[in-house]
Design a protein around this ligand. Structure first.
Ligand code: CP3
Length: 342
């Protein structure tokens, strides 16, 4: 059954019209029903670790819009949290952690990891039972580099300078951290697959700030290792990579990592996206701000993607997460326009 789902068929190389459609961050603050549950849950992390509520908010965009795929409601930073790092989310400030140092990297403890993430696995298995049969379920994690940037800086920054500097000054500690995150994150994805995920996405939101050598060392190599671990156990489960901002390096990334689907941000030219479709599915890449603007900006953005990419393997999506100020009417207009393309 799983491989009949439209999203999975495209990840295996088929071209479908209309293309399957979902949105990064589709469960979130632009939805009043999400804001309601979020208020009841207390903190954002309480919401992530409560299977009843996490299932509910994952289902909300599926009920409202009938997307072809649903993505587990959680966060990439539950991985360092389950390794014992402190984490909180402050209104308007995003994630806050105590910056990790060299000696703490040596002491990271994986012994309690899966136990602490048991509620996430429970959410995945309940979701597979609650979702419509035709809706694919996407599990996910952050890529080692992107997770490491938050662990090192302790918060979001404009260009992840603290982690880039750390990588140059403490290369051994950095390699150890990236290696540990790659191994434990691959295990984490395997558990999500065992619980019922049809595919998994690896979010490397900060791939674009890396120089040439570092892109290979911290982005491509660890993700390749993760993909190999997954493929060894589950050769039929497709993997989506999203190395945001990788630019001209998207071309090598798929070949070198072995990901089936390539998530493209909105800066990727459609001529390049079309070339990339020769080797497999692409996912993207509407600028989320076109969805905020609506009107001609939205229609033109949707039409250009469909015109250039819909005769190859395409998963229609945004080039990054939907923003909280997005009007729901614009989401409805986007979906109608994509689906009118039968
Ligand atoms: O619907 C979905 O996409 C599933 C859930 C999901 C969340 N975060 C929920 C969330 C997913 C897939 C993520 C991934 C994630 N988290 C990434 C990679 C993708 C990306 O956006 O680049 C990153 C870098 C994070 C770390 C993170 N989490 C940040 C920087 C922030 C603050 C920014 C913000 O939007 O507030 C979060 C918080 C977060 N994660 C929220 C949600 C719904 C908002 C928190 C809230 O509701 O109070």
């Amino acid at each position: 059954m799983g491989s009949d789902r439209r999203l999975i068929r495209v990840l295996k190389g088929e071209s479908l019209s209309p293309p399957p459609l979902w949105m990064m961050r589709q469960a979130g603050r632009y939805l009043p029903e999400y804001r309601q549950v979020r208020k009841e849950a207390g903190s954002f992390l309480d919401l992530c670790y409560n299977p009843d509520l996490a299932v509910e908010v994952t289902m909300q965009p599926i009920r409202r819009f009938g997307f072809d795929a649903s993505i587990l409601f959680s966060d990439i930073l539950v991985v360092p949290h389950a390794l014992g790092r402190d984490l909180r989310f402050e209104e308007g400030r995003g994630p806050l952690m105590t910056p990790i140092g060299v000696s703490e990297i040596a002491d990271l403890d994986v012994s309690d990891f899966h136990h602490r993430l048991a509620p996430v696995y429970e959410t995945v298995s309940r979701l597979r039972q609650s979702l419509p049969a035709e809706t694919a379920l996407i599990g996910f994690c952050g890529a080692p580099w992107t997770v490491a940037t938050y662990m090192i800086a302790g918060h979001g920054t404009p260009d992840q300078a603290p982690a880039r500097l750390f990588a140059y000054s403490e290369p051994e500690a950095m390699d150890r951290l990236i290696g540990l995150l790659a191994d434990i994150s691959a295990d984490y994805l395997l558990r999500q697959i065992e619980a019922g995920a049809d595919t998994v996405q690896i979010f490397d939101s900060w791939a674009g700030v890396l120089g040439e050598e570092e892109f290979t060392r911290f982005c491509v190599k660890p993700v390749a290792r993760m993909v190999a671990t997954i493929k060894e156990r589950y050769p039929d489960i497709p993997v989506i990579g999203f190395p945001k901002g990788a630019g001209s390096r998207f071309d090598d990334y798929r070949a070198a990592t072995g990901v089936d689907g390539l998530g493209l941000d909105w800066t990727v030219p459609l001529a390049q996206a079309r070339r990339l479709q020769a080797d497999g599915a692409v996912q993207g890449n509407l600028d989320p701000l076109r969805l905020v603007a609506g009107g001609d900006a939205l229609d033109r953005g949707v039409d250009r993607i469909l015109e250039r990419l819909s005769d190859g393997p395409l998963i229609f999506n945004l080039g990054h997460g939907i923003t909280p100020q997005t009007p729901i009417a614009h989401v409805e207009a986007m979906i109608a326009r994509v689906r009118a393309r039968a």
